[in-house]
Design a protein around this ligand. Structure first.
Ligand SMILES: C[S@@+](CC[C@H](N)C(=O)[O-])C[C@H]1O[C@@H](n2cnc3c(N)ncnc32)[C@H](O)[C@@H]1O
Length: 338
């Protein structure tokens, strides 16, 4: 034996699993895109009937269906193929926990990840941000509805983590679909919220807020948080899912604008995917940082410790960091202006 070799080699299995992880991802993304789970939401079917209904080739469909069974997405029985409980719960349009739009957003980013090396070597994101925040109407809808579905899933946890009793005016910066504002407005009947986002996003947000029956108190408005000051007189400023798009300098400016837009005693609430101090954990947050690097000019991930420091340096008091309940990867920070 070579004397430089370690006595025991580590198992290479993690490397092989990582190397082929995209096979499973693409199977799910494609099945979601071609409407497989929606079709099986009407009941079980055999491979030939599925191929016929979806307009895809029979032999190839058989291979896809078997892989979906192995991945736990479908179940095969004497009736043919049917959705597993997992797919039935999250992948059939119209179900309360529907995640298909959020999956379509990841699908839109699939080819972008193939450019990771290019982004490491050259400046600028691989996919121009504008494509999904207005430039491409279809991608913008996937993005905004994907955020809405995700917010519906985790919004309940966020509402339970902050007490907005007695607060009447909220500003939701980069509020996207406006879902968090709408959920807070539902919880606090006296709360009104202005949802500031880019013009084409605000159009989709109005549709979503109307579908939640809250257009009278939750108002999406077109505004650029980098270029404009925030409207004054707020009791709460919510900055959710925005810090990961901005550089340290950009984040500090947002925190300062939030401070200036708050009444005395007003509360800043920041929610985002954040790493632990040091930046190398948790795994999801570190990979999320790469995803944001690929899709936004200043995209990345910050640590909760850094964000808390920016808030304190801007003059916020009582800064508190709270993790969302697992398995949600988000963390929430609150602080108040004196
Ligand atoms: C990840 S989303 C978060 C949306 C929502 N707050 C949430 O937590 O679900 C980031 C949002 O920031 C918006 N955004 C990006 N740049 C912006 C800008 N310069 N001004 C206003 N909104 C912007 C995007 O359109 C998007 O809706």
């Amino acid at each position: 034996m070579d004397e430089n070799e370690p006595a025991e080699r580590p198992d290479p299995k993690p490397l092989m699993e990582l190397t082929t992880a995209y096979w499973g991802s693409q199977t799910l993304l494609t099945a979601n895109r071609i409407g497989l789970f929606e079709h099986l939401g009407h009941g079980p079917a055999d491979a030939a009937a599925i191929a016929d209904a979806l307009g895809i080739r029979p032999r190839e469909t058989g291979l896809l269906l078997k892989a979906c069974v192995a991945l736990g997405l479908l179940v095969e029985s004497s009736h043919g193929f049917e959705n597993s409980l997992l797919s039935d719960t999250y992948l059939v349009p119209g179900s309360p926990g529907y995640l298909g739009n959020a999956i379509r957003y990841s699908d839109d980013l699939y080819s972008t990840w193939g450019n990771l090396e290019q982004v490491l070597r050259e400046a600028g994101p691989s996919m121009p941000t504008a494509e999904y925040t207005g430039g491409d109407p279809e991608r913008t809808r996937h993005f905004v509805y994907g955020m809405h579905n995700r917010a519906l899933g985790i919004g309940g946890a966020m509402i339970g983590m902050v007490d907005l009793t007695g607060r009447a005016r909220m500003l939701d910066v980069g509020g996207g679909p406006g879902t968090y504002s709408a959920l807070f407005a539902r919880q606090y009947p006296k709360l009104r919220s202005q949802v500031m986002d880019l013009p084409e996003v605000a159009v989709v947000a109005r549709e979503i807020v109307a579908s939640m029956g809250l257009s009278d108190r939750v108002v999406p408005v077109a505004g650029d948080y980098s270029m404009e000051d925030f409207p004054p007189g707020n009791d709460v400023v919510l900055i959710s899912g925005v810090m990961h798009r901005e550089s340290e300098n950009g984040c500090r400016k947002l925190v300062e604008k939030a401070r200036d837009g708050l009444n005395s005693g007003g509360m800043l609430v920041i929610s985002d995917v954040l790493t632990d101090n040091g930046g190398a954990s948790p795994l999801f947050a570190t990979l999320f940082g790469l995803n944001m690097m690929l899709t936004a000019p200043n995209g990345g991930v910050h640590s909760d410790f850094q964000v808390a420091g920016w808030m304190q340096e801007a003059g916020f008091l009582d800064v508190v960091i709270k993790p969302f309940p697992p398995p949600m990867p988000h963390r929430l920070l609150t602080g108040v202006v004196p």
